[in-house]
Structure formats: C-alpha cells, structure tokens
Design a binder for this molecule. Structure first.
Ligand SMILES: [Zn+2]
Length: 339
C-alpha cells in the first residue's frame, strides 16, 4: 500500500502527481500572502515560541532562534512522533522508552542528543566514529531497529542507490519505521549526475576539489564543478531524485507502506510550499511498540497517576493521551463525576 497525506503523491502516475502539484499551487495562491510564511510557532524540538517571516519553501533556513532548527529538522521529529505515537508531540513530551532502538545517519546535533535521552538511539557518520556506510552495511545490525532516520543522505551515496534502500530496510525490525527526507522533484526519473562512473575519489588540484573517476569502460576522467552540500567529501550531490523513483526504490526494498506527509503542522512551524521533498515514513508493516516498550509506557502512565494529586492533571497528562492513542491506559470517570 502506498498512501499520501494531502497530495496524491502515492499515485504511480507522474501525470497525476503533476496535477496534484498544480492543484496545490492553485490552493496556495488563494491563500493570503501571510500563509506562505511560518508566522508564530512553537518549536517541537526545544519548545521555544518563535515568530518567523521565513518562507515555507526554505526548508534549510534556521527558523528557531533557540535551537536553530529548520523546517526539515522539525518535520523529521513531527513525522517520527506521528509514526511512533500517532500524535503530534513536542520532543519534550516524548516518553522515555529505552527499549525502543533508533539509528540515525549524520543526524543534526540540534535533535540527536535529545533523541538519545528518549530512546536507545545512536547517531552514525560516514567519516567519523561511530561509522556506518549504507553502501557497505554491517550485517550484524540488521533487524535491530524500531526506527531509522535517514535525512538528506541518499542523494550523496554512490551508485547503485538501490543498495542503500535495501540497507535501510534490512536494519529495521519487521514492524520498524523509516523516517526519510531527500530532495526530490516531480520529474519522471531521477537525474544521476555521474552515471558512467564505476569508482571515484576526490583529489585537490590548485586548491579545487575534483572528482577522479574510473568509467565502466576502464577509462579515467576528472570532473570539476561539483555540487557539495555543507562541505566536501561524502556531501557531493550525486543525483536529484524524482518522487516516483523514491517510491519505487522504497517499494523494491520491501517497504509496503509509504506515507508522504504534506500536512505539516503550523503549530510546530512545519510547512511546505510544494509537494517536493516532503518527509516520508515507510515501513514493511504498521509500527508497533514491542512488549517491553508497552511495559515502559504503562509504567510512565502509572507513575504520572501516582505523582498527580489532582485527577484533572492526570486527565491532561501526555502519558494518558499516549496510552489512549496506543489502545490502553487507565479508565477515568467522566469529568462530571469528579469531586
Ligand atoms: Zn527550537
């Protein structure tokens, strides 16, 4: 099953996707200009209240004055919250669930430390410890993770990119969830910038970084005018995905449920001005907390009940909301019966 919130982005037909794109812009044009800016929002990462005049199309612009989060960072945490809990929780409201294992690939330290506090989460890197190379995954890690965050990484990995999609799928438990962001267009196909390279490495010539590649026919070539994102090395942009090829890549790797989240959250400063590069959650099955995760959550709910002297506090407790969202929790009398 492939589904999408807001757009017909789950449709395999690129013409339909383009139609959705056009409709989206027609709807946007009918809104006031103010709706294109973030405006007032509460950062779901640090809790800071912000008022921003930044445009919703600037997914990489720092828009939280306190933690310096961007729309992309906040969208990752929002998508994770919706995937794990079915609720829009701020990171400070996440329950402490150390039985839940998470893995990140070069996640920003704006939120990685906070995830370490909530879960058994490890952030990994291509160039430094703890290392993880999606092209050469450590098979001992397969099947161990409840969630994996892969944000703006797949456009940098060497070909074949299908190998990276498979690694992401293999790392997850059967009920685990992938949180994915990657720049993509609505073009029919992915544009590979270096399709003929069998192998490649970087070299410095007169202070300029160039790519030295061996072609499939054995010849060598030096390429300049490279596009890097935030540095050099593994941050070389190797491709611009199409939305269709992202969805096909996920499906081929075994992800049967793919959700492109176009709705965002104005409350949390997560807005999108186009149906491109939306945050994605993908799984082979619906996400489910393990038995030990459920036990941890029930303990948190029980502790909240015990510590709360006033029943109303319990009623508004985030743990109770979580328990109910997940199908369990204490039964409370209706407000009319309270003394
Ligand atoms: Zn913040």
């Amino acid at each position: 099953m492939i589904c999408a919130a807001g757009f017909a982005a789950g449709d395999e037909n690129p013409r339909t996707a383009k139609k959705a794109y056009i409709l989206f812009h027609m709807e946007q044009e009918q809104k006031t200009p103010a709706s294109q800016t973030l405006g007032a929002f509460t950062c779901n990462i640090c809790g800071e209240h912000n008022v921003s005049s930044a445009d919703a199309s600037e997914r990489e612009q720092v828009t939280c004055a306190k933690c310096r989060s961007t729309i992309r960072f906040r969208s990752i945490l929002l998508t994770l919250s919706r995937a794990l809990f079915g609720l829009d929780l701020k990171l400070s409201e996440f329950p402490i669930l150390k039985s839940v294992r998470g893995l990140g690939f070069s996640d920003s330290d704006v939120y990685s430390g906070r995830l370490e506090n909530c879960f058994s989460y490890t952030n990994t890197f291509y160039h430094r410890e703890p290392r993880f190379d999606l092209s050469r995954p450590d098979e001992k890690e397969f099947g161990r993770y409840d969630f994996v965050i892969c944000s703006d990484v797949l456009e940098h990995v060497p070909e074949p990119v299908e190998r990276a999609f498979l690694s992401l799928s293999s790392l997850l438990k059967p009920t685990g969830i992938l949180i994915l962001t990657v720049p993509y267009s609505l073009e029919p196909e992915t544009i590979e910038h270096y399709p003929d390279l069998a192998e490649s490495g970087f070299a410095e010539i007169d202070g300029q970084t160039v790519l030295v590649g061996r072609l499939r026919n054995g010849e060598y070539r030096v390429l300049d005018q490279l596009q890097f994102h935030g540095g050099t090395g593994s941050t070389l942009e190797r491709r611009l995905f199409s939305d269709r090829s992202v969805r096909l890549g996920l499906a081929a790797a075994g992800f049967s449920t793919v959700r492109l989240d176009a709705t965002g959250s104005r409350e949390f400063g997560v807005a999108f001005s186009s149906p491109c590069s939306l945050p994605i959650s993908a799984g082979r099955d619906s996400f489910a907390l393990s038995a030990s995760g459920v036990t941890e959550l029930v303990r948190e709910i029980a502790a909240a009940r015990k510590e709360s002297a006033i029943l109303g506090l319990i009623r508004s407790s985030r743990w109770l909301r979580l328990g109910r969202a997940l199908g369990f929790g204490p039964a409370l009398p209706p407000p009319s019966l309270q003394r």
